[in-house]
Write a protein that binds this ligand. Structure first.
Ligand code: IMP
Length: 179
């Protein structure tokens, strides 16, 4: 059994659909301000290991918008909590290049072991208005082939998402016996 330390139920449900053996723990950890998702996760997993001392993962994700030179990127949580989807849509008003990428970094920790990283990406576009009631966060404004993630079922999102890919990479490594 592996703890997934997160307060985000949506993330947990997506991950649990890929890895059976997960249990959500909402014990919190400091999300440092850093230049990369990996750095945020490295600090996070060290704190989680001090608290839990058992196999655990954390995940850090971000939305990187081409036209905004990768913003909000590592600031995605703060930006979502402040200006939100409407704020992003305003920043993108009249912009033709709407390409964006979601990135996910999963960090696996175990007592006495160096943390391991697993990554996933999904390309898409920022829509013109929020659509769909599903998912969480930026899902209603992130489109893949004309539909937003908010309009997809969990199964559909999990076929293509950044998180599904990083969790699949973790699963493969676990299934191989953690080489
Ligand atoms: P964090 O990984 O929890 O720091 O996520 C950063 C921000 O991106 C949060 O506001 C999340 O809601 C948002 N986010 C992370 N993953 C997704 C996703 O799969 N879809 C939409 N928004 C996401």
């Amino acid at each position: 059994m592996i703890y997934f330390v997160t307060g985000n139920k949506g993330k947990f449900v997506e991950a649990r659909a890929i890895i059976d053996d997960l249990e959500q723990r909402n014990i919190g950890y400091t999300e440092v301000q850093a230049d990369s998702l990996e750095e945020v996760a490295t600090f996070g997993i060290a704190e989680v290991m001090r608290k839990l001392a058992s196999p655990a993962i954390i995940e850090d994700a971000g939305l990187f918008i081409d036209h905004l030179q990768g913003f909000p990127g590592v600031y995605s949580a703060y930006v979502f909590d402040t200006i939100g989807n409407q704020g992003i849509l305003k920043l993108m008003a009249g912009v033709e290049n709407r390409r964006a990428v979601f990135r996910s970094v999963v960090c696996y920790g175990e007592p006495g072991m160096e943390p391991r990283f697993f990554r996933g990406e999904m390309e898409g576009r920022i829509g013109y208005a929020p659509r769909g009631e599903g998912g969480f966060g930026y899902d209603p404004i992130f489109e893949v082939e004309e539909r937003t993630l908010g309009e997809m079922s969990l199964e559909e999102k999990n076929r293509i998402s950044h998180r599904a890919r990083s969790m699949m990479a973790l699963k493969e490594w676990l299934d191989l016996g953690r080489p």
